[in-house]
Ligand binder design. Structure first.
Ligand SMILES: C[S@@+](CC[C@H](N)C(=O)[O-])C[C@H]1O[C@@H](n2cnc3c(N)ncnc32)[C@H](O)[C@@H]1O
Length: 273
């Protein structure tokens, strides 16, 4: 049995899933390695200006915040995370690292030209409310870009071991209020938060022989808690590691749904924000 999860946190942000900082860094870097190119392509398609003020929510190991700091040299970038151990303040003069629980943090309305978050909202029990508040933090014309995982139903995997491991993973994270299917409603949430020009796209999250695999660090990091709760065994973990080496193993457990929208520009007659 594990202790009841603290409210408003996630298992990795509290270190409850695994105390090992090295494993958490490995997990964060593996995410970056696999999806940064997609994220950067998406942001580059926006009319980004050198003077923009940006907020990276749940910045993790910082790659997107560092990229934004370079892309917006005349602006500033705030990289906020509940756990800032993996962020380097010295990476850029216009970068501010902020230790913050985003479910409690607030910023002045109109503070940012771009707010980006990736794989954060799925972990926040009050995700709908935080999306609405983030929309208020945008300056007129500013963009909110959110990218979240949508887990395909585990029972549809052709691999019983993958079914078992992902069901355990979802159950464990679910105990902390995580929702790995919320991403489906993300575009609607942006539209209902008063934002305009809502757009969305998807990025397949594959397991197996199609290149670098981000799932082993993810599952390895969660494994001690999953094993302690009897959800999987050491043998399952070893078999999973072997399966990932099998060239004929390919599965698609997740799609990352990315959605973006902007705060409407003020017209001469509109009231001040
Ligand atoms: C799955 S990681 C993703 C990291 C990064 N966004 C990326 O995609 O590379 C989730 C991040 O959200 C942070 N996080 C979780 N709950 C948070 C909260 N309530 N407030 C701020 N950050 C939080 C975690 O510490 C972790 O760095």
């Amino acid at each position: 049995m594990t202790l009841k999860p603290p409210v408003g946190t996630s298992p990795h942000s509290t270190g409850t899933v695994d105390e090992g900082a090295a494993r958490e860094r490995g997990r964060l870097e593996s995410i970056q390695h696999n999806v940064d190119a997609f994220t950067i392509g998406l942001i580059q398609d926006l009319p980004v200006e050198a003077s923009w003020n940006c907020l990276e929510l749940g910045a993790g190991a910082g790659s997107i915040a560092y990229w934004l700091a370079e892309r917006c040299p005349d602006g500033r970038v705030v990289a906020a995370d509940i756990d800032i151990r993996y962020l380097e303040a010295g990476r850029a003069a216009n970068l501010e690292i902020q230790e913050a629980d985003i479910t409690r943090e607030d910023y002045a309305p109109g503070s940012f030209d771009l707010i980006h978050a990736r794989y954060l909202f799925c972990h926040l029990p009050t995700r709908d409310e935080v999306i609405r508040r983030a929309a208020d933090w945008l300056s007129p014309g500013g963009w909110l870009v959110v990218e979240e995982p949508y887990h395909l139903p585990v029972e549809t995997s052709p691999f019983p071991l993958v079914q078992r491991i992902l069901a355990a993973y979802q159950q464990k994270y679910g105990e902390y209020g995580a929702d790995m299917t919320w991403a489906r409603s993300l575009p609607a949430h942006l539209a209902r938060s008063g934002l305009s020009e809502v757009s969305y796209s998807g990025n397949l999250g594959c397991m197996g022989n199609l290149g670098a695999d981000r799932w082993l660090p993810l599952i390895t990091q969660a494994a001690p808690a999953l094993i302690a709760d009897g959800l999987i065994t050491e043998k399952d973990l070893a078999a999973f590691s072997d399966l990932l080496k099998d060239p004929a193993f390919i599965d698609i457990p997740q799609v990352t749904i990315s959605a973006w929208a902007r705060r409407p520009l003020e017209t001469p007659n509109s009231p001040p924000p």
